[in-house]
Design a binder for this molecule. Sequence first.
Ligand code: DC
Length: 226
Amino acid sequence: MTEAPVITIDGPSGSGKGTVSQKLATDLGWHYLDSGAIYRALAYAAELAGIEGSAGKEQIVSLARELKLKFSPADDGGAGVLLAGTDISDSIRTEECGAMASKLAADGEIRAALLQRQRDFRQPPGLVADGRDMGTVVFPDATHKFFLTASAQVRAERRYKQLKEKGINDSISRLFTVISERDARDAGRSNSPLTPATDAIVLDTSDMSLDEVIGFVKQHVGYQSL
Ligand code: DC
């Protein structure tokens, strides 16, 4: 049986990959995987369980395998994240949770424990997957691969607006620092680092509107014919 088609959209935080991927999935009527939400949910669950640092590594690997995670459609077109039935969508969006997720995500065993869970999202009629290693590791045979970038300043400003919409107040300068640190960690790790797949289309979105980026991606995937 041929597998369902996959479009991967990777990139650093604030590159616009989440919003672009969600919109594309909605317009195509395809499934959507927010892989970052899985890493964030694991970090959240580990904190909730009081598991900390490298001492708790085996416990975190077990937690990753058993994580009772569900995605449900959210009102804003994104996905609501449910951990054992509790809606944690907003709680996992803080930069603190992002930083914890990034630290856990550097570990190869933890990544391996989450791999199949991500691949299971590949269902007909198709999947749009966003993350850091969607095109390189999780779906290396994806039909189309994109890697979105933007300057750190632009990404900090976008994150600021995103958080503000969710009622979370932060400062652009602080976000610039934490986002830069997180990206350096994600790009510098040896396990599935943040890097474009060799066959990915790399797009700098710094000076592009969301509609322009979506238009670019749709044009490249032959949206009308999918
Ligand atoms: O996409 P995000 O900002 O929600 O992701 C949070 C963290 O999770 C990110 O800093 C690194 C990790 N992550 C990862 O290592 N691999 C992915 N495919 C997605 C996220």
